[in-house]
Design a protein around this ligand. Structure first.
Ligand code: ZN
Length: 85
């Protein structure tokens, strides 16, 4: 498993949201801290990615690539996400 920062999520965020949210502010549902997605701690594996809060290590978001090509995107730890306009 490879440990990276949130910038690695740029392409995946474009795929699921339609825009690059790495510069967007996100609030952690676990500890209430917030910051840019780019500052998240991301663990990459062959199955996908897990983004964790840099403050409390809680899971912010998950990206799982299934064998059939589908992508499963979860945001279990983001209580609010800034949307660029
Ligand atoms: Zn947190």
């Amino acid at each position: 498993m490879t440990k990276l920062d949130g910038n690695v999520l740029a392409g995946m965020l474009v795929d699921v949201l339609g825009w690059d949210a790495t510069a967007s502010d996100a609030r952690c549902a676990h500890c209430g801290q917030h910051g840019q997605i780019a500052l998240a701690v991301v663990y990459m594996s062959s199955m996908g990615a897990v983004a964790r809060c840099p403050h409390c290590d809680g899971v912010l978001a998950t990206f799982v690539e299934a064998e059939d090509g589908r992508v499963w995107f979860g945001m279990p730890g983001i209580s609010a996400l800034e949307v660029a306009r």
